[in-house]
Structure formats: C-alpha cells, structure tokens
Design a protein around this ligand. Sequence first.
Ligand SMILES: [Zn+2]
Ligand SMILES: [Zn+2]
Length: 258
Amino acid sequence: MRHLVACCLASGSGGNALWVEAEDQAVLVDAGLSYRELERRVSLVQELDPQRLVAVLITHEHRDHIDGLAVLAERLGLPVYLHQKTVPMVQRKLGGLPEVRVFDCETAFSIGPLQLRAFPVSHDCSNPVGFRISHQGRSLGLATDLGIVTEAVSNSLRDCEVLVLEANHDPALLWAGPYPEQLKRRVAGRYGHLSNTASATLLSSLLHAGLHTVVLVHLSRHNNTPDLARTAFTAVLASTPTRLLLAEQDSPGELLVV
Ligand SMILES: [Zn+2]
Ligand SMILES: [Zn+2]
C-alpha cells in the first residue's frame, strides 16, 4: 500500500496518541492513554491492527503524552524513540523502558517504510519536538504543545498533505476562565500552548494545493470550544478544498488516507 494512513486516537490534556502507518507498519506518536484504553480505541477503528505497531515516538515528557508508555512498550515489545535530552526526564517519571532509541533534530531517520524528522518546538519541558513523517512523497506534519510558532516549525511543516496542529485555546476564554492567573500566563506564554488564532495564522502560511486535511488537536476543555476553533480556521480554508477535522479527547477520529 503506497498510502500514508493516520488516525488521531486521543487528543487533549487527558491524553494524546496519534497513529501513523504505511505499508502495514505503524508508529504511535505519544502514549498518553492507559494501555487498556489505547487498546479499546484501536479496536474501535476497524482498519487499525495493534499487531502492526512497530514503534512509539514521544514528543515530550509531559504526563498527557507518556502516561501509558511503559506498559505499552513492555506489553508489545516496542522500541521507544525519544529525543536524547528527553530520555532522562522520561526515565525519571516512568522508570526503565525495554528499548530506547534516541533521535535529534538535525538528522532524519527511518522506521520501517516511514521517514521521520523531528523539529524543536517552544514548550515548558526539556526538549519538546514536533514530527514530520513521510512515505513516498506524502507527508504528515505534527505540531502540538507549543507556545509560539518559530521558523523551524513553519519550515518543517511545508508542503504536507496532512497537518495536525494544536488549537489549544481561545485567548478571550482563557483570560476570562477559571484557571489561576499563573496558569493562564503559562498557557498563553511562549512556552505554553498555541491559541486558535496563532495556529490559524500558521496555517495561512502553509496553504498549498496538495493540503488534504488539517486536524486540530489539543483543544482545551475549559478555554476553547469546537465552534470557536472551527470558526478561527474556516476563513483561512474558505476557498480551498482542504478538509478541517477536530480531534476528540474521548474517541478516535476519522481514518485519514492520503
Ligand atoms: Zn499536552
Ligand atoms: Zn505538554
């Protein structure tokens, strides 16, 4: 199969997991769900088969991205790909992992038929990254958990067929909302999370004729609504054929095949 397949299994501060597959070999980007819940989500999407998982990749060491990692890696005997500076942080939180493979942001690497490149993002942990995952000329770009858009981010996401972009909060809702002041400043700050408007501005710089689907991820339950997120992006995509999807915290999204 020449296609690149992707499915967002969970997204948000309650746990993140993104399935990416080509030629019957799949990787999971982030493992923020318990093993049991991850298994359940995969079983809800008919086309996915856990037997095809060959590796787990981690964007950063926050709990909503690694909570189920140790059990998943152990049960399925999967290697875990971590940025070299993230390794000690993850080991401190989870203890040992069966097999760790390190990457950096300078060198492309492969997992089975997938080509991968990590790029740095601005977030409050050791060495957070986004990923560009490609197969035979088709690419998916993932940028989640980032406070600001840097040149590295926008350059890494150019000409992707699928973009998975954080749309965390609506700034007005955040500032009027229930979070303590310090947390509001953290979320809105340069090492926090991307707002709908910042993310939509990023998208407007990445539009191209081959952009098939944009998936909005990591929506805050308190500081965003699906309607606000959708509205922020609808104008940007108005005269394009690109589809807009919103990832859910509690259920898997649509299977994407490009
Ligand atoms: Zn997160
Ligand atoms: Zn985070």
